[in-house]
Design a protein around this ligand. Structure first.
Ligand SMILES: [Zn+2]
Length: 234
């Protein structure tokens, strides 16, 4: 019998996962969403290799922050250890989303930060979207999914960025990861990241020399959404 204590996060993870194909962010079984219960020290994540139309809340797997399965019959997503590392090191996140959405993944494969070119980007993040460099060979040969978590953490740390300010990034040669306090926010961030990635790509095609957004505009757009006098809402 499944443990009823985890019904809430199973439901949250299920609904988050189901949003990914609806938003056009995943094909087949690519991508996964997890939802954490901080008090219990566990998260619910999509099972490995199950098509979206066969998912249900009951099929979500409950895993602890070391990646050990606590409840559930199916094997958790192959990316589970990456999620576990992030939950373990970042106390203020409640959900994580990983997709291979086309435009964000293209920037990741190009190993290129997404430059801040417009106000859509600035409304969410005030810096270029970071792309972590590809893993070195010892990390690849080690515990790959575990190391992917550290690749994300180390990249933000090296750039002196906070995971509460920058809730999205690219893993070089791989694809995007996003997070947030809730599943709703983490999924929203994945959709926003894909839109920003697409806009930046097209902008650079229209004008390869398109400049970064001016600092004054970056500040204005960020503050109207996040500042003490925020008034943004479309
Ligand atoms: Zn992936």
């Amino acid at each position: 019998m499944k443990d009823a204590r985890f019904d809430q996060i199973r439901n949250d993870a299920y609904h988050g996962n189901m949003q990914l194909p609806q938003l056009g962010l995943v094909l087949f079984t690519f991508g996964n969403v997890s939802a954490a219960d901080r008090e219990a020290g566990v998260f619910a994540i999509k099972p490995s290799g199950v098509p979206y139309d066969q998912l249900s809340p009951e099929k979500m797997v409950i895993v602890d922050f070391d990646g050990k399965t606590v409840d559930g019959k199916l094997r958790p997503s192959s990316d589970t250890l990456t999620h576990a590392v992030l939950y373990k090191h970042w106390n203020d996140i409640g959900a994580i989303v990983h997709t291979h959405s086309t435009y964000a993944t293209a920037w990741a494969q190009a190993q290129t930060d997404i430059p801040i070119l417009g106000t859509t980007h600035a409304d969410h993040v005030t810096v270029d979207i970071p792309c972590a460099p590809p893993m070195d060979d010892t990390m690849i040969k080690g515990n790959y999914e575990h190391e992917t978590g550290f690749q994300i953490i180390n990249c933000l740390r090296e750039r002196k960025l906070s995971y509460t300010e920058v809730e999205m990034m690219l893993v070089g040669n791989h694809a995007p990861f996003t997070w947030g306090k809730t599943v709703e926010k983490a999924v929203y961030n994945s959709a926003v990241l894909e839109a920003i990635a697409q806009m930046a790509f097209i902008t650079k095609q229209v004008n390869p020399n398109a400049p970064r957004l001016k600092d004054s505009l970056i500040k204005k757009h960020y503050e109207r959404k996040h500042g003490p006098d925020s008034y943004y809402g479309q």
